[in-house]
Write a protein that binds this ligand. Structure first.
Ligand code: ZN
Ligand code: ZN
Ligand code: ZN
Length: 376
């Protein structure tokens, strides 16, 4: 198979525009600014990911009317300078033995109200709070949960590529033998295929055979796959820095009538939730639609997780398709729709596609067949 050309890299201007947008959103949310620690938010805003996240403080401050400023340990300054977003940021280094929180606090106001990355270490937040006793901090997941939720065309291009690579992985994994092999062996095949199809990072390779499929958090273990098993395959990672995440359930040999029935219900739930996607619909409605189909069929108690999660520079992020999430879907959002039914001690079925919101409705980023596939 031919691999399409990699997407154009993000430019300094791209990152500068994201930082400006975050400042706007912060002001709208009544904040005096945002402070960003190493992790997904910093990668998304600057392209910078310190090679090792340590106790030494790295912190980006975004406040209205000021140039974005990043405090970095002096020994990491060359790495920070090499980040594609760095030319849009003023770097301030600090040396061991000085107080980095004093340096960082110079860009913030005591008494101000700031959003801070969920991934910031508690030690760093406490350090800031000590030098800014009257300032208040709130996690970005709470005060600006939709910060990265709406994807630009250049991000969708990457998510599309990651989805296509995950689909290619699925089309090949159903050709490998299952019966008599360990779950971990099939999981290793999944990881190899994801990398072959362009992923630079594999985040998870779930192979839940027979009763293990009834535990949604089972990854892969030393169970030997048997004839008649339903097998949940859920895999994904990062490609060009953006996530993939797809699930299909296969059977080893012809399915029992019960496995087929449960699969039909999950498939109908996934389709109904997908059909409900359009701008303006609250996230919780997607969950309600999927859950409605499964409850109607009598399996409501066996659908034990939310219907979906957002995806972007991480494989799990807002928006969440869950009861109580009233945020409306917006064009450009990307998330999973992954209903499942779990029959404890016996088997599980889940079907998951990544979907994006367009003005006309949903568009799937995963396009492999939803029919129950028989493997050998
Ligand atoms: Zn067989
Ligand atoms: Zn998944
Ligand atoms: Zn998922």
């Amino acid at each position: 198979m031919t691999t399409p050309a990699p997407p154009r890299g993000f430019t300094t201007e791209d990152y500068a525009a994201r930082m400006a947008r975050v400042v706007e959103q912060a002001v709208e949310a009544g904040l005096d600014g945002v402070v960003v620690a190493p992790g997904p938010d910093l990668v998304w805003l600057t392209g910078y990911q310190p090679t090792a996240i340590t106790e030494r403080l790295t912190l980006l401050s975004l406040v209205p009317g000021a140039r974005p400023t990043m405090v970095v340990p002096i020994l990491e300054r060359p790495d920070a300078e090499a980040a594609p977003g760095a030319p849009a940021v003023a770097l301030r280094d600090w040396t061991d033995g000085s107080d980095p929180y004093r340096t960082a606090s110079g860009f913030l106001e005591d008494g101000g109200r700031y959003g801070i990355s969920d991934a910031a270490w508690a030690a760093h937040l406490l350090g800031l709070q000590h030098v800014l006793p009257a300032a208040s901090f709130d996690g970005l997941g709470r005060c600006l949960p939709m910060l990265r939720a709406v994807k630009g065309a250049d991000e969708l291009e990457r998510l599309d590529a990651a989805g296509a690579a995950a689909d290619a992985t699925y089309r090949e994994i159903v050709e490998v033998p299952f019966e008599g092999r360990l779950e971990t062996e099939v999981a290793a095949d999944l990881a190899r295929l994801l990398r072959e199809h362009g992923h630079e990072q594999v985040d998870f390779t779930v192979v839940g055979s027979g009763p293990n499929g009834a535990n949604p958090h089972h990854e892969a273990g030393d169970r030997r796959i048997q004839h008649g098993d339903a097998v949940v395959l859920d895999f994904g990672g990062l490609m060009y820095g953006y996530g993939s995440d797809t699930t299909r359930t296969v059977t080893v040999g012809e399915p029992s009538p019960e496995v087929q029935e449960v699969h039909d219900v999950v498939r109908a739930a996934q389709q109904a939730a997908f059909a409900a996607v359009r701008p303006g619909v609250p996230c919780q409605e997607i969950d309600r639609v999927a859950r409605g189909v499964i409850t109607e069929a009598g399996y409501g108690e066996q659908f034990i997780h939310r219907t979906g999660h957002g995806i972007g520079v991480t494989t799990h992020e807002p928006p969440y398709m869950v009861e109580g999430e009233e945020q409306p879907l917006r064009t450009g959002m990307c998330f999973s729709i992954e209903p499942g039914i779990y029959l404890t001690g016996r088997f599980g079925v889940r079907i998951e596609d990544i979907v994006t919101v367009t003005d006309e409705g949903g568009r799937r980023l995963n396009n492999t067949d939803h029919r129950l596939h028989v493997v050998v």
